[in-house]
Design a protein around this ligand. Structure first.
Ligand code: PMP
Length: 394
């Protein structure tokens, strides 16, 4: 059996439409299939490879850590310098009160930890989240997700969850003194890049303050430079009580975190109640990669380039079949008439060597979230291929 046959026979499938692209090597913005076919990656493994595939500084950090140690002990028991250095570097990117980092393995796990922390700290049980939100696939993170079709088969899920409309001022009144936390994606990703306005975020922050509710911002997709600021909340002049991140954090290695202040996070260590425990969270190799990723984003001035690159995409992606582009920085959704129009365009663009896809809850928009290191020339190359694919599809 060849690899594609093995993929279909022995790997659990997650969709009826797997992209099924076979890759043997990846570097920068490019991925290479068998026989050397080259693909320009416009989705960064869904917002992960923000600094590009196999960034040399990330590889060096990984190599250096490989020479020292791999897993030593469950998270939070031994002093491991990749974790301590990462926690310092991460908190340095954040407002002063966000000074305490809990390292985990993934986005969903970070969301789980954040929800537990909010319940424990406030001693309240209700959580408010948004319609069309995606916060992960584990039971807790799915419970706060906002898409009923995805949730239906797994009920009963967590009780005490209320869904409100992302961006609705009126529904902020749902937040009361019974609400432990509001969890919200600063930019809704899987809904197809929806961006609420600054006034909304400020009103949300104010309502949380008034009711003693913790504001959890999920920046798993929008963080780590994707929108042109290190954190997307910086666009809106607000600060969260708990921040959740993952994806781009590891520069291609699995790692996530939830960040809060020392006082809030402190409730997890009050014995005998179990706080949150993870064996592999903040794995030293991933933590070393993450520290290097932060340094690359800062030293290569990637943030300053995001807006210009996004504008270039928007300027070039003009076509009668394109209904519009929604974006915050390089988190972009290119709107088409329907999935039936979009799907053959995506397939043909992949044949021609440019990889995009659609969104979990928005299948009529093309996802564009390239590595932030993409050059103007590569943006021209990518857009030319997409426009040709649109023209050539019958
Ligand atoms: N939150 C958001 C906003 C996400 O985009 C994702 C992943 N698409 C998650 C949470 C879950 O992250 P993970 O897949 O690492 O569990």
């Amino acid at each position: 059996m060849n690899n594609r046959q093995l993929f279909l026979s022995h790997l659990a499938q997650t969709t009826d439409f797997p992209l099924m692209i076979e890759i043997e090597k990846a570097e920068g913005v490019y991925m290479y299939g068998p026989e050397g076919k080259r693909y320009l990656d416009l989705i960064s493994g869904i917002g992960v490879s923000n600094v590009g595939h196999r960034h040399p500084k990330v590889l060096t950090a990984i190599q250096e850590q490989l020479d020292k140690y791999l897993h030593l002990m469950v998270y939070g028991e031994y002093v491991q310098s990749p974790q301590t250095k990462l926690a310092k570097a991460l908190t340095d990117t954040l407002p002063e009160h966000l000074d305490n980092v809990y390292l985990v393995n993934s986005g969903s796990e970070a969301v789980e930890g954040a929800l537990k922390l909010a319940k424990r700290y406030t001693n309240r049980r209700e959580i408010i989240s948004c319609i069309n939100a995606y916060h992960g696939s584990s039971h807790g993170s799915l419970s706060v997700g906002g898409n009923e079709i995805f949730k239906r088969a797994y009920r009963p899920l967590l009780p005490g969850i209320k869904n409100v409309v992302y961006g609705s001022f009126h529904q902020l009144l749902e937040i009361t003194t019974d609400t432990a936390a509001v969890i919200i994606e600063t930019i809704q990703g899987e809904a197809g890049i929806k961006v609420a306005c600054s006034n909304y975020f400020q009103a949300l922050r104010k309502r949380c303050n008034e009711t003693g509710t913790l504001l959890i911002l999920d920046e798993i997709q929008a963080g780590f430079g994707r929108t042109g600021k290190f954190w997307a909340f910086e666009h809106f002049d607000i600060v969260p009580d708990i921040l959740v991140c993952a994806k781009g954090m590891g520069g291609g290695m699995p790692i996530g975190a939830f960040v809060a202040n020392r006082e809030v996070m402190g409730v997890f260590k009050n014995n005998p109640l179990l706080g949150h425990i993870t064996t592999f969270g903040g794995h030293p190799v991933s933590a070393a990669a993450s520290l290097a990723t932060i340094e690359v984003i800062q030293k290569e001035n990637l943030l300053d380039q995001v807006e210009g690159k996004a504008e270039l995409f928007k300027k070039l992606l003009k076509h009668p079949k394109i209904k519009g582009v929604r974006n915050k920085g390089l988190m972009m959704a290119v709107e088409f008439e329907s999935f039936d129009v979009l799907k053959p365009i995506i397939d043909l663009a992949i044949d021609k060597g440019v990889i995009t896809d659609w969104f979990l809850f928005c299948d009529d928009a093309m996802r564009i979230a390239p590595p932030l290191i993409i050059t103007e020339e590569q943006i021209h190359e990518a857009c030319a291929v997409i426009l040709t694919a649109i023209d050539e599809v019958k």
